[in-house]
Design a binder for this molecule. Structure first.
Ligand SMILES: [Zn+2]
Length: 494
């Protein structure tokens, strides 16, 4: 464990840069466009092929970062999923179209209230560290459940809360919680109509605001664990592609520099804090033609319901929920998986995966493999797998006691991490690079997307100073818990 001068665990500053592809950050650093991030990479450990979860989608990945659990166990499996109990598709929202087709109020309610309160099944770092006497501060990060209540501050939200079934007057979070104009533990003067972010300020939920509040928290040394989230690099890639994302990395670098400056400069911050900067998933450029959109509604035909209002009505055998470059398929009880077995032959569908008892099976390019944890070759993450079938299905090589992943990093662990829960569906599809299943609205991102099992959108970068760099996003929370363990022995020391 890294300690400060008093022998206590150092405070941790964690910055999550949504959707920044590792190669994009490397190019920006190579071009001299990201000096602050370059300095952090140089001072600590930089990992360029760390691995996201599957589906590699923001809600699932951010939940994995702060709980240490894959989607099957965190309960947060994507932008949208089918809730069998409620008989409806739950949408957290990815694009404006999705929000409108589902109803803005409902999506907002799902995103801000239900995701953390009702659907998240695993404890967050904010909850677990609090038990050690270590308090957290969170800016804009979507998964923030914690031991403290925070009242809604935005008048328009307040006026809706308390009427009907939607919204609420409070949410739970860490000791300090900031989400644009909606929640702020202390009045920073950075929110409101005259706040940061210009015309497209999205009720104050923007990266400029995140940087300014993050800077203030670090200047004040406000919390032992500070988590600041920047999401705009992801939406820029979706709409304008990776070249635009690279230009935006320059902006993100200025935000990182602003926070470091507020803390007294790089040297001082690294003396006092352990710093971790990472992305939650990568990005895969889409093909320019229209056919980049794999339209499940068309492929599956009338037997399937697809979309934000899908459900098991008369004649419907399956509900399909697209999640960018992955898709979750739910079958009516008694309907066999065979109804979708020919899907992997379709253009744009790379692989299909499902579970039978303890075994998970993947079909790709006419090949098949089944696997389960057991005695067998060990992968690079120390997991042993019992295999049946062709390892080439997932571009893996088995060499004696060793299993090496190729184009699908941590493929077995990640597939199992999704298939473990029925919430992820009976069959999960992953798209071929260049293709996307789009959103529940029926629309799709134009330039770039993510969600698949493929390295292209699954690899993330991690820069870690004062802490060992995790190789998987699910390793972040266990590593931070270990880092702060000492505080449990000496409560109240931070
Ligand atoms: Zn995205």
């Amino acid at each position: 464990m890294e300690e400060n001068k008093q022998g206590l665990a150092r405070p941790v500053l964690m910055l999550v840069l949504d959707g920044i592809r590792p190669s994009v950050l490397q190019d920006a650093i190579g071009g001299g466009e990201a000096p602050a991030l370059e300095a952090l990479a140089g001072r600590g450990e930089a990992v360029w092929d760390a691995v996201s979860v599957f589906p590699s989608i923001t809600p699932a990945a951010t939940a994995a970062i702060v709980t240490g659990e894959a989607p099957g166990r965190s309960g947060i499996v994507g932008h949208a999923w089918y809730d069998r109990g409620e008989g409806e598709v739950i949408v957290y929202g990815a694009t404006t179209e999705t929000v409108i087709s589902t109803g803005p109020l409902k999506v907002f309610h799902n995103n801000v209230w239900r995701m953390n309160r009702d659907h998240l099944r695993a404890a967050t770092l904010f909850e677990r560290l609090h038990e050690f006497g270590v308090e957290g501060a969170c800016v804009n990060f979507p998964i923030r459940r914690g031991p403290y209540e925070h009242p809604v501050r935005l008048k328009i939200v307040k006026s809706v809360a308390g009427y009907g079934e939607y919204l609420g007057e409070v949410v739970s979070g860490p000791k300090e919680y900031y989400l644009g104009d909606i929640f702020y533990t202390r009045d920073t003067g950075l929110q409101g109509y005259r706040g940061l972010g210009g015309l497209r300020r999205s009720v104050g939920i923007n990266d400029e605001y995140a940087a300014a509040v993050g800077a203030r928290l670090v200047r004040e040394r406000a919390a032992p664990f500070t988590l600041v989230y920047f999401y705009q690099g992801d939406s820029i890639a979706h709409h304008y592609g990776l070249e635009a994302q690279r230009r935006y990395v320059g902006k993100l670098d200025e935000y990182v520099a602003e926070i470091l400056r507020a803390g007294g400069g790089l040297e001082r911050v690294l003396e006092e804090y352990a710093v971790v900067v990472l992305s939650d998933h990568g990005h895969t450029p889409l093909m320019p033609q229209r056919r980049r959109h794999v339209r499940l509604a068309k492929i599956l035909g009338e037997r399937a319901a697809v979309g934000a209002r899908a459900g098991f009505g008369p004649g419907v055998d399956l509900v399909a929920v697209p999640n960018g470059r992955s898709a979750l398929l739910y079958f009516r009880e008694g309907v066999e998986r065979e109804v979708v077995e020919d899907l992997v032959a379709r253009r744009g569908i790379d692989l299909a995966a499902w579970r039978e008892g303890e075994w998970c099976t993947v079909r790709r390019l006419g090949r098949e493999i089944s696997f389960r944890p057991g005695t067998g070759p060990a992968d690079g993450f120390g997991c042993r797998w019992e295999l049946r079938g062709d390892p080439g299905t997932l571009d893996m090589e088995v060499d004696g006691d060793e299993l090496r992943y190729g184009e699908y990093p941590d493929a077995l662990g990640r597939l199992r991490g999704a298939l473990e829960s029925p919430r992820c569906g009976d069959v999960i599809l992953s798209a071929t690079p260049g293709y996307t299943f789009g959103e529940v609205s029926g629309k799709f991102h134009e330039a770039s997307d993510h969600g698949s099992l493929h390295a292209s959108d699954s690899n993330v970068f991690v820069l870690a100073c004062g802490l060992p760099a995790p190789r998987r996003i699910t390793d972040v929370a266990p590593m931070l818990l270990e880092h702060f363990e000492r505080s449990r022995v000496e409560p109240g020391v931070l």
